[in-house]
Write a protein that binds this ligand. Sequence first.
Ligand SMILES: Nc1nc2c(ncn2[C@@H]2O[C@H](COP(=O)(O)OP(=O)(O)OP(=O)(O)O)[C@@H](O)[C@H]2O)c(=O)[nH]1
Length: 357
Amino acid sequence: MTQSRTPQQIPVVVLAGFLGSGKTTLLNHLLHRSGGSRIGAIVNDFGAIEIDALAVAGALGDSTVSLGNGCLCCAVDASELDVYLERLARPSAGIDVIVIEASGLAEPQELVRMVLASEHPGIVYGGLVELVDAAEFDETRARHPEIDRHLALADLVVVNKLDRTPDADRVLGLVRSLTDRAAVVPATYGRIDPEFLFDCRPGEERVGQLSFDDLHRQGDDEHDDHAGHLHAAYDSLSFASEVPLDPRRLMLFLDSRPEGLYRIKGYVDFGPHDTAHRYAVHAVGRFLRFYPEPWGSAGERLTQLVLIGSGIDAAALGKELEACKSDAPHADEHGMWGVLRYVQNPEDRADEVFEEA
Ligand SMILES: Nc1nc2c(ncn2[C@@H]2O[C@H](COP(=O)(O)OP(=O)(O)OP(=O)(O)O)[C@@H](O)[C@H]2O)c(=O)[nH]1
């Protein structure tokens, strides 16, 4: 705990990182490993369907506030954020720490600036945590040099996906060289000690480094028209269907997805091909995974996908997804094989399930 924090003040941690770096995964890990602490989450997503909110909602119940469509740094001003903070910080909610999960396209300093500008007496800025996808780091940096600036602002950098990174030491060293006194923590599936994160509140010594004035100045220089924001170069497409998707058609679509289609996430209903499960899908760059999850008893069965990319033809992709709708009432015997190739094998999965249990 920082010296300046009064017992009533709840730290607000900003969790940022490029698309698909593992922010939701880390947040879910924290929710399950926070011991007696109660975490309130503000989830921001880019795309009309709030997949991230769905992904964490079950765990959080009414401690989740979703900011809806659009990039947090553009869609919401500080006073609006205050309304959400107010809701989570009221004593009856019994929350110990608030985590804002930023859209993968948000500008972290804007978010930090908004938290610092908050007039809510019950909260205190708790630090900026940046997630890095170690496996994609070189490519992400080449395409988005502003990532270096984000890392320089961070209080804690989680270098994630080390299981997919052959040269982890090099990436860790590189990240360390780009940060300014931030703690750099290696991780797989965002599994960091929650204590570590909640302790990354800025002490007095960081105020000069990341003061409201500094952030304000940066904002004036760079963000007047939002043109420099990462998301300015991105298009997103939301797709929803009550009709189940045909697994073979969807796999043809996914296998031939254009390079610029950087991120796909959501849930797929394969109807008669698997009536017991919905399939969470995640694509990040070249990486693709399906995660079968039992359908809950209530609620309608829907496919909901968000696609994010640069230079993509959203209308054409929408049409291609439409064409993946199934017109067959029965499953064909091997229909799911293509999908199952991308389901993690049970041993690998066991660890994750354990984390989620
Ligand atoms: N192999 C591997 N996969 C990971 C790891 N961490 C997360 N993932 C997977 O990476 C994908 C993206 O993770 P998310 O947690 O949704 O990423 P995010 O940063 O919230 O994504 P956006 O909301 O799009 O910005 C999912 O398929 C995760 O299961 C990791 O350490 N190793």
